[in-house]
Design a protein around this ligand. Structure first.
Ligand code: C2E
Ligand code: CA
Ligand code: CA
Ligand code: CA
Length: 274
């Protein structure tokens, strides 16, 4: 079986070289990557710049091919979604996130990305609750990031799911706000704990027009009584500008790249006292 896994992995490499964006990646190759431990999690800090402290960390999935080369999430996540393997991978990273929280009391919150395919799974909330319980952590330390999409707005199932999660105390954040079609309806229909403003906006705020657009989006989120996190900050001057719009919570390369659990622990130990 081990040998078979290796062969599969080799096929997978050949396909990765020829296939468009890894489109030929199959469910089995993804499963074998998970089984062989070629899946991992990295964590990117979300910083409260008013205190300089890490307020949360986003868990991001990483995958390597059999030769140890990184495959981009943009390539493997869509395949995992299409084949349903995202259910196993999603449960795996949830456990990683809760495990980190259990071992790191100084880390307030970890967020985990959840795809529409997982939300459609009738066992989803049960799985999340079981993982939180097994880790013995407070449910309010876990946040689920949901991307705005047609599957979310106008879907009574999603509203019910969010109610169940919030009854359990688990947070739900809206991810990539501003990039899809459903963002505005999402804001009005559903109550998210946080709204993450897509990095597109901060990265086009160098022009007066871009800055004005970003400020309007931040105001819009605030007017819906929700709190924004601004993603994708790569420069100090972006934080300076956007702070003046009343935002405290930022995520981006300037504040920290996605890092190993070990590195994150070091960052937590080094940060300024409250
Ligand atoms: P996302 O959820 O919007 O995650 C943020 C992405 O932006 C990450 O890319 C992160 O590395 C990148 N990023 C963070 N700061 C900066 C910055 O300052 N500049 C730039 N240019 N990029 C920045 P990554 O890790 O490649 O993930 C890409 C996407 O793959 C994620 O976008 C998410 O949609 C998906 N993804 C990653 N891990 C998971 C997972 O565990 N489950 C699911 N369902 N999707 C995941
Ligand atoms: Ca995210
Ligand atoms: Ca995002
Ligand atoms: Ca995204």
């Amino acid at each position: 079986a081990k040998e078979e896994g290796r062969n599969r992995a080799r096929v997978f490499n050949a396909r990765m070289l020829h296939g468009a964006e890894g489109d030929d990646l199959g469910a089995e190759t993804l499963r074998s990557a998970v089984a062989d431990g070629r899946i991992s999690a990295v964590f990117q800090p979300i910083v409260d710049v008013s205190t300089g402290r890490i307020w949360a960390a986003e868990a991001l999935m990483r995958l390597k091919d059999a030769e140890g080369r990184a495959i981009s999430p943009e390539a493997f996540i869509p395949v995992a979604e299409r084949t349903g393997v995202i259910l196993e991978m999603g449960a795996w990273i949830l456990r990683e996130a809760c495990d980190l929280l259990a071992s790191e009391p100084a880390l307030p919150i970890v967020s985990v990305n959840v795809s529409a395919r997982q939300i459609d799974d009738p066992d989803f909330v049960g799985t999340v609750e079981a993982v939180v319980r097994a880790a013995g952590i407070a449910p309010s330390r876990l946040a689920l990031e949901i991307t705005e999409s047609g599957q979310i707005s106008g879907n009574p199932e999603v509203a019910r799911l969010m109610d169940r999660l919030s009854e359990s105390g688990i947070r739900v954040w809206l991810d990539d706000f501003g990039t899809g079609f459903a963002g505005l309806t999402c804001l009005s229909e559903l109550r998210f704990d946080m709204v993450k403003i897509d990095r597109f906006f901060v990265q086009s705020c160098d022009t007066p027009r871009g800055a004005k657009l970003l400020k309007n989006i931040i105001d819009l989120v605030g007017n819906c009584s929700q709190r924004p996190i601004v993603e994708g900050v790569e420069e100090a001057r972006q934080i300076e500008l956007v702070s003046s719009f009343g935002v405290d919570l930022f995520q981006g390369y300037h504040l920290g790249r996605p890092m190993s659990r070990h590195e994150l622990k070091r960052r937590l130990a080094d940060q300024p006292n409250p």
